[in-house]
Design a protein around this ligand. Structure first.
Ligand code: NIG
Ligand code: FE
Length: 389
């Protein structure tokens, strides 16, 4: 079945070969034909081919479905008291993760599944058509494996994060915990994951521990991603680039060498401004990364500790106001950038052959995503050509 989407006042394709020649590949008065779950044709409305069905967008802007390349959705409980305490001057530390680990271990499969389902619904309503999610709040072999199994019911982009923090019961035996993460826990988790991730930061894992876990995951066929530069500069960014990781996420604190390495290599730098909002740290300098030539993604990092938002448009507005991105760069980072971070050439752009994941905005231009912060502008979402209810 074919569907022609017409009356698109402004279409963001992310194909620099079409339209205005910018990375956004902007077309005005555009149409787009979907065949099954794929985009079949994009061009001016006047030249649109016939199709079995027609959808009229009434002059609204249409953008690619957002690709949220970093989230932690499998958890129980919440940490609003910790958030409120930060308003009175308490600092964010990695230690808060253990609060969520205790709640998650105690929760039933049904509770965890319902939690992920609720957040997946929120993401879709916010226009996110592809999302990644991680384990990391179980930190036992069984709890990590169960988190990944639950995540797999909702997305193929599943990340094993046994190296989130050292759990309390291993506090005096951290080398044993690293051996568990890269040994028996990896054996149990690798069949359920596409990616391996490590939180490489003071208070979590140092660069040698991170390298050991990432290399073990890589040797089991997992792609690599890294959390680094969230709380201070460290060696995690260089490690990610040296290992050829798909992405290094947070990038709030970067040395000049880090920026140079990111600009030279294929590792995507992911901005997570929801974290900086919630934890009251400095803002990552997205401008510096883009000016250096790095590929930048923008993601929610939805989790109960450092960024409890599923609204990627909110993150986009923060990136424009606080991280030095233009509205176009922020949209590109939250779509094509996220796709690059997940090594998914089939999503994040609206070009022939891509998945037909598109978002109709209640606005004449994508700029409204940052210009009207906090306003729910997602009017309709199609995933694989199918409208969500
Ligand atoms: O990406 N940085 C490490 N992990 C999460 C925070 C998890 C938490 O505080 O519960 C993050 O920000
Ligand atoms: Fe994270």
């Amino acid at each position: 079945m074919t569907v022609v989407h017409t009356g698109i006042g402004e279409l963001v394709t992310n194909d620099p070969a079409v339209g205005d020649g910018s990375p956004l590949g902007l077309l005005h008065d555009a149409a787009l034909v979907v065949d099954g779950d794929r985009v079949a044709w994009v061009g001016p409305v006047a030249r649109a081919p016939a199709a079995d069905h027609r959808v009229d967008h009434g002059g609204d802007a249409v953008v690619p479905g957002f690709v949220d390349s970093h989230a932690h959705l499998v958890f129980a409980g919440e940490r609003s008291a910790e958030f409120a305490a930060r308003a009175s001057g308490r600092r964010y530390t990695a230690g808060g993760i253990r609060t969520t680990v205790a709640a998650t271990r105690a929760a039933s499969d049904e509770t965890l599944t319902a939690g992920v389902a609720g957040l997946a619904r929120e993401l879709l309503a916010a226009g996110v058509t592809t999302f990644e999610t991680k384990s990391g709040y179980g930190l036992t072999v069984d709890d990590e494996r169960r988190a990944l199994e639950i995540a797999g019911r909702f997305t193929p982009e599943i990340t094993y994060l046994g190296a989130h923090v050292v759990p309390a019961e291993y506090a005096d035996r951290r080398a044993d915990y690293v051996d568990l993460v890269r040994g028996p826990m990896l054996d149990a988790c690798a069949p359920h994951a596409r990616w391996v991730d490590v939180f490489c930061e003071a208070g979590a894992f140092d660069v040698d521990e991170a390298r050991a876990v990432l290399e073990a995951g890589r040797d089991r066929g997992l792609g690599m991603r890294v959390h680094a530069g969230q709380l201070g500069q460290g060696e995690g960014v260089r490690l990610a680039v040296d290992l050829g990781a798909a992405a290094v996420d947070h990038c709030t604190y970067l040395s000049d060498d880090d920026v140079e390495a990111l600009a030279a290599g294929p590792t995507v730098a992911t901005l997570l401004p929801g974290v900086e909002f919630s934890t009251r740290t400095a803002w990552a300098d997205g401008r510096r990364l883009l000016d250096a030539g790095a590929t930048v993604a923008l993601a929610t990092d939805c989790n109960p500790g450092s960024s409890y938002t599923s609204n990627i448009a909110f993150c986009l507005a923060l990136a424009v106001r606080h991280q030095g991105l233009t509205p176009g760069e922020a949209l590109h980072a939250a779509t094509a950038g996220g796709a690059a971070a997940l090594r998914r050439p089939d999503v994040g752009s609206l070009v022939p052959g891509a998945r037909a994941d598109l978002v109709r905005l209640a606005a004449p231009s994508f700029v409204h995503l940052a210009y009207r912060p906090g306003v729910p502008l997602v009017r309709e979402v199609w995933r694989g050509g199918v409208p969500s209810e």
